[in-house]
Design a protein around this ligand. Sequence first.
Ligand SMILES: Nc1ncnc2c1ncn2[C@@H]1O[C@H](COP(=O)(O)OP(=O)(O)OP(=O)(O)O)[C@@H](O)[C@H]1O
Length: 280
Amino acid sequence: MSSSSKTTVAPSTATTPAHTSSADGRPGSISLRGVSQIYGKGADRVTAVGPVDLEVEPGEFLVLVGASGCGKSTLLRLIAGFEQPAEGGVEVSGGAAVPGHTSGVVFQQPRLFPWRTVGGNIDLALKYAGVAKSERLARRKELLERVGLIDVDKRRIWEISGGQQQRVAIARALAARTSLLLLDEPFAALDALTRERLQDDLRTVSVESGRTNVFVTHSAEEAAFLGTRIVVLTKRPGRIVLDIASPILRTGLSAGELRDSPEYTVLRTQVHEAIKGAAE
Ligand SMILES: Nc1ncnc2c1ncn2[C@@H]1O[C@H](COP(=O)(O)OP(=O)(O)OP(=O)(O)O)[C@@H](O)[C@H]1O
């Protein structure tokens, strides 16, 4: 729902209107009501985002997209509970957002413990998540298999590539078994081929896990490829200008088929035009 939007771009035939129902406290739901964020004081005072109203259903893959500085990361930090809004209310799974508990977060830089092994990083995340020592080895293997890293379990972080490090970060966020995964431009620093591979893998993981995902990006391609719902923000202060649901992710198409499909091309163009229009 995007009652705060100034303009709503009509969805094309490739899309359907986004949900209008309200999140009701089920695990993985998100509710933003009249949310604004303000930074600084006096002459330095900046309204970064809002007001934004947004209801996210459990299991949605929501992509927040918009030009640089429009407030995407701010919204993500509010959903993560890293900061509180200046105005309005944020609810995650029906309650307050609690950092490290209500959601897993993946940043652009992996932020791993470099002196630990790949498996050691996952093990620590499992420990923090309260998983009993007797269960941790099996769960660690399962997570590393899921992100295609079982062969590098014993390697140190500096002995693996940037793409592999970002896979570790995703596995670590999944370790917490939260119903919500927040990703802030996680693939932006990677080369094009690695980025495409990780997008494919994230798409598979998200369909399998049934978690709610909120993914921040500048890229219309990434939004159209990953999102079951795409929200485009205006330039600062970011407000919702386009809110569309996409059936593409769940159609059962392979990654290659999806990227070749006319529906993907239409959606990508629509999102690209909306980003461009919203930035002007
Ligand atoms: N802690 C802060 N103090 C002051 N201003 C801030 C702070 N955090 C963000 N801002 C400002 O708020 C606006 C929104 O920032 P934010 O990082 O959320 O945008 P973004 O859309 O994620 O940008 P990008 O795509 O470039 O990462 C920007 O103008 C930014 O400079």
